[in-house]
Design a protein around this ligand. Structure first.
Ligand code: ATP
Length: 358
């Protein structure tokens, strides 16, 4: 395994505000890493410290084995693609793309060739003499990518590059960016607040909150084994349901706190009488009995269908749960139903620390 980016014990303060707290991330060469988290968690700040656009307070960043602390952006061999695209409005597509090479006074034939290859890669061949204002959002986004590609950097840094595009184009561009990343054999770090984008694009996801890395791992690791309630609620769509539960005197049963008659029999033994959150993913709740499963009595509050999927909101002992069903279940508002879930799909979190309990 060759590491392309190593972030060690990194801290960043903005005039008294601790924006990045002891960040440690190792990024393999060729991997696609997504930084996700709610607004203000520090993901853009982290990306900008990699680019050299922000100074760090302590810790180290190495790119291809060499510390880049104190090095200006142009000496880091990284290229950044911004949400705003940051295109020069008075320059046509060709000149926007090769601006950095002209600035470095690269030989003219090299500039022409690298621009041609990047334009071809991105399907911009026929648009080289257009001004940005004469391009669609998706085309502008491609020009911004082209500008990064011509520099042939070791690392691509993306700061929410798709957030200005409509939903359909965003989905299309996700796979375009991912394919491009593979074709170029690049290492990419991609900031997004959209966990679905992170799940579909990345090999490795870093979940941040309040300047701290809450958990990192492969998309399915985070989905299957969230380390705490925050990650469990952040990864997965619709979001995981949480209901307060308590373990029984023997540690083998779980009861819903508001309705102790509703018991779940556990497939493991836990500390007796502990107060926990049970985390139930909407797609794991079923209307039909599950072998050795757990059952919950519920009342249907609403039924919404997107055509392919049906989302049912149901109340279990005054707690609302969302059920995601890939079909059209025959349930209607007001009906009393039983929801079922396999014991291995019940996630548990300590009520105080919010850490996962296994
Ligand atoms: P968003 O998704 O909203 O862009 P983010 O996760 O990218 O959020 P950052 O932009 O990295 O968050 O900001 C992290 C924290 O640092 C925020 O609380 C923000 O207010 C603060 N911050 C960012 N830039 C500065 C600055 N120049 N001076 C002071 N505080 C800043």
């Amino acid at each position: 395994m060759m590491l392309q980016i190593e972030i060690d014990s990194l801290n960043k303060h903005y005039a008294g505000f601790h924006a990045l707290k002891n960040i440690n991330i190792a990024i393999e060469k060729g991997s696609f890493v997504a930084l996700v988290g709610p607004s203000g968690c520090g993901k853009s700040t982290l990306l900008r410290t990699l680019a050299g656009l922000e100074k760090t307070s302590s810790g180290d960043i190495r790119i291809a084995g060499t510390s880049v602390i104190g090095k200006p952006p142009r000496e880091r061999d990284v290229a950044m693609v911004f949400q705003s695209y940051a295109l020069y409005p008075h320059m046509d597509v060709e000149h926007n793309m090769n601006y950095s090479m002209r600035l470095k006074r690269r030989p003219k034939p090299e500039i022409a060739e690298r621009t041609r290859v990047a334009a071809e890669t991105l399907g911009l061949g026929g648009l080289l003499d257009r001004l940005p204002k004469a391009l669609s959002g998706g085309q502008r986004q491609r020009v911004a990518m082209g500008r990064a590609i011509v520099r042939n950097p070791k690392v691509f840094l993306f700061d929410e590059p798709l957030s200005n595009l409509d939903a359909a184009l965003r989905v299309h561009m996700r796979s375009e960016i991912r394919k491009l990343h593979e074709r170029l054999g690049a290492t990419s770090v991609y900031v997004t607040h959209d966990q679905v984008e992170a799940m579909t694009m990345a090999d490795h996801i870093v979940v941040m909150r309040l300047g701290v890395v809450e958990q990192q791992g492969s998309p399915l690791d985070l989905y299957d084994k969230p380390a705490n309630k925050f990650v469990a609620g952040f990864i997965g769509s619709p979001a995981m349901n949480f209901i307060p539960v308590v373990t029984g005197p023997d540690g083998h049963t779980l009861a819903i706190e508001q309705d102790q008659a509703q018991h779940l029999i556990l497939d493991r033994k836990l500390v007796p009488r502990s107060r926990l959150w049970a985390g139930l993913r909407p797609e794991h709740l079923s209307f039909t009995e599950v072998k050795d499963g757990l059952a919950l009595d519920a009342v249907v509050e609403s039924v919404e269908s997107t055509g392919s999927m049906t989302f049912v909101t149901a109340a279990v002992a005054s707690q609302q749960l969302v059920v995601a069903h890939s079909g059209r279940p025959e349930v209607e508002k007001g009906a009393a139903i039983r929801l079922h879930i396999s014991p291995e799909n019940v996630h548990l979190f300590d009520r105080e620390t919010e850490l996962a309990v296994f």
